[in-house]
Design a protein around this ligand. Structure first.
Ligand SMILES: [Zn+2]
Length: 218
């Protein structure tokens, strides 16, 4: 998980949001899925860099336009097209989250668009764990299963690749060649890469000065 910033409301949503929301609310069965509108999905892909908003795995959005309703549509029909309520999610996190919602703030899932993630989460190697004392961190890690086996393996592989570049950067004495490794590390932890939160934390822990780090580990 990493901090996300909401982009502008897509034009289609501005023009049709209210009518399509009403249409959704009025439908007795066979509810429409207006959030799968191509413009909405494209905008979400953009702001999430085509990664799951929870686990940061890359999503095959062509095969599965998984639009996440942060407040579940089963309980918040008025918000089925509210821009601030939409994100991009991978199938596994989507299933794990299900219709979870808590009216108590202390047990709500972390929202990467709104919450200061480093107050709740720790990135330790391939694991994502809750910061001790953060109930919301615990709820999020457990409910979404942010350290599920498949993710841990995938993150570990990325860490090994990153470590290889970091080791070259650390041992390089020549300034010109060193700056090339700096660029390579920065590409490896870039926003378009999987598991940015994990990789930036790892690079920082290894003493690499990552710019704009939002998820600083303790
Ligand atoms: Zn996910």
């Amino acid at each position: 998980m990493r901090t996300l910033v909401k982009g502008a409301v897509p034009g289609w949503l501005q023009a049709n949001g209210a009518a399509k929301t009403q249409e959704y609310k009025d439908a007795a069965d066979k509810k429409p899925t207006p959030w799968r509108n191509a413009e909405i999905v494209a905008a979400l892909e953009d702001e999430c860099a085509k990664k799951c908003m929870y686990c940061e795995a890359t999503i095959d959005v062509v095969a599965y336009a998984a639009v996440e309703h942060i407040r579940p549509k089963s309980r918040f029909e008025d918000l089925v097209l509210a821009w601030s309520n939409l994100g991009l999610v991978c199938p596994k996190c989507n299933t794990n989250k299900g219709d979870y919602w808590s009216d108590e703030h202390s047990t709500q899932l972390l929202n990467p668009y709104e919450d200061v993630l480093e107050e709740h989460l720790r990135f330790q190697g391939p694991m994502v764990t809750a910061k001790l004392g953060s109930l919301r961190g615990e709820v999020t890690v457990n409910k979404i299963q942010l350290s599920r086996e498949g993710l841990v393996w995938a993150r570990a592989k990325r860490i090994q690749e990153l470590h290889r570049i970091l080791a070259l950067w650390a041992s390089e004495q020549n300034a010109d060649r060193k700056s090339l490794f700096v660029e390579e590390v920065e590409r490896a932890v870039g926003d378009d890469q999987e598991f940015t939160g994990t990789l930036r934390a790892y690079a920082t822990q290894q003493g690499f000065p990552v710019e704009g780090v939002e998820t600083v580990p303790v």
